[in-house]
Design a protein around this ligand. Sequence first.
Ligand code: SF4
Ligand code: SF4
Ligand code: SF4
Length: 767
Amino acid sequence: MMDQRLTALAKQKAFELGADLVGVGNIERWSAAPPLMSPLGIMPDGRAVLVCAIHHTDAMIEVGGEGSPHEQGTYSYQYFMNSHLDVISYTMSKFFEDMGYRAVPITASNIWRYREYKDLKATFAPDMSHIYASVAAGLTELGFSGLAMSPEFGPRNRFVSIITDAPLVPDPLLPGGTLCDNCGQCKKHCATEAFTKEVQGEVAIEIEGHKYSRCDKNLWRCAWSEHFGLDCEADIPEKVDEPVILDKIKELGMRGGTMGCCLKFCLPRDKRSWDKEYSSAPIRKKGAVPARPNPDRGVQESILSNALSNGADIVSVQSAADWAAMGYDLKPLLPDVKSIVLFAVKTPAPAPAGGTGEKLTGLSHSTGYVMNKCAFYTAAALEKLGYSGAPYFMGGLKQDPGKTAIENVKKVWTAAVNDPSAALGFTLTSAELTPTERRSVYGAKPAALNSKDTIRKLALELGADVVGFSSAKRLTDAINSVRGALDGERILNARETGSLWLNSLAEITESQRQVHVPADYLASAKSVIVLGVRIPKESSDCLGRHGAEAIGPYAFAQHQSHRTLGNAILTLNKVLQGWGMTCVAVNDLANTGSVISNPRGAFPNIFANRVAALCAGLGTITKGGFVNNPQFGTNLRYVAIITDAELPEDALADIHGLRSKCEGCDRCLTHCTVKAYKGEAAVQVDGHRLKFGIVEQARCDWALRYGLIADEGQKWTGSKTDVQPPETITKEALAEALAKRDPILRIRPCVAEMCAMACPYTRSQVD
Ligand code: SF4
Ligand code: SF4
Ligand code: SF4
């Protein structure tokens, strides 16, 4: 039976997270989709797909890309929209799991099969199409351009989808053919002539008797500048395909990505108006008209409060007229600007000097994400009231007058904030806001609060799924017990010297692993707090399986789990520092793991922070060397915070019971794609001894960190990379192998720890 209340709760949650449109499609609506690119191919017993959209602010479209599609300016905030859609997708999958169902969150973008794969003819194929999903969830129809058009925003929306077996109530479909009036603007303005050259006519999808058609363009041509960054004003050959793109990148170099003109110039007829002084693009008729030049006081107050509670350290509201009086013209960045709202998000105070270990990486992504969230949602909130709103970070324009205008803001705001660690940005708006400035202060802990309980509660609120505490002593003793087996291990470090699609070269250096203990990071270390964020069970379970053979959901979860941890640490450490605690966050405290390759860069692998998680009571170390947690199995990723505060440690988990399946099993060891397990080590904790397999790190890294092995997951993306490791892995052998990587898919590698994938604590086993 369909569950109307559950559907309402899910939609409410998605809207709370910042979605502008939320719809549901029942899974049968995908029955005609190719399994390799369908939610049914990913989760054959799925029942519904929840689709969420964020609307680009109109100014992003109407002001971004003016002059040249390469001059993206405020349109660059589409990257933030993707990051935040990823947060929405991931959080919604956790919501469904917590309600007792299964769910697979799909990333917003950038995990694709670029080429045809098996019998799938589509190119640039995601795990499933969010554009089609938005149609199937009743949110949109297809335009001639192939973009999904909503009645409210036309194509000015980006989408994300979550597949689930929850019994959600589907939304009615739009009829089809009612939003695109064949105005021809997309055809006329496309910089690569993708709607007029190499076109194979029109194609249509049919759902429940409704037909949605679009132009069948050559996506390699469409991707010329929009994806591959080639100059849109260059002479584009009559035929564009992968070899042509690669040749032209070598010949011409890259100018940078573009804003799609099909997006910029498209609106449904009833939303379309023109003001050529303001924009070359149509102006969207907004849903509201402001009654006054200045919004109600409550509006401004809620904008400021949201920004500070989202993590801004400074928010400053200033008048554009005052900036003009200083000689700084903001109009090139928003023609009807009246106010500027500036944001600064700082990193937590740095650790005291003298520590030797690697600190947490990825915090700069978190500061940037939070700053962008403040700027984007400030613009979006004002736009909903009929004002214009354009979010900016300190770049995105190369031509004047916009370039100078941004440089001026950067100069003034950088000097005012005076913190090189801070992420800086701003929102311009036509609303006349009242000049003011607010600063976050992280205060002392109220005496009534218990430190440990409050930390646990706060960490869970910030997105952690599990939280554990160890004394620095328990952890130090455990690490020292295993140090001999791991210290001094040979590591090969590759530094990419090639750039994007130009070449695959890398420079290799050699180092020895140094195992660390808490005092290496913080001499006064007393306690360690460990946070874990789950990987949705079904994202592991579907890896390489069913009709879709997808690795995308797992690759997404690998980075989104760590990004969630980074976002939590950003706030948590500031709060704890406000209490007077010194804190250092680390990806892999003992330094016994390594990293994965991933479309979003390098992230800690499944072995990282294993001893810390064990000592914090979050699970056991299995025979395979990864952690098994009682609730989430091996599907957790961890971050550790070392602090000088005394916090009572948690009891250990049932560390023998949690590895009972290891008895008589060696699936992890035998399923390693490169035979990297080389022996055994034993860790001792509170009188218990746990033996586990250890790897030759350079060999494991060959497959997982450098993505050189098809069977480690790359094969499911259609990547041609597959270079077997030699008997002895040398610097030269690694450099040679890296140069042989697939030239297109090299920058979007997807890998999975196949040892853990063979483990019954990770997912169901079928062989
Ligand atoms: S620009 Fe015009 S023709 Fe093109 S998709 Fe939009 S409404 Fe249709
Ligand atoms: S596959 Fe899992 S259960 Fe089997 S030995 Fe390895 S860690 Fe233990
Ligand atoms: S399967 Fe992959 S991650 Fe596991 S030990 Fe082997 S190479 Fe490393």
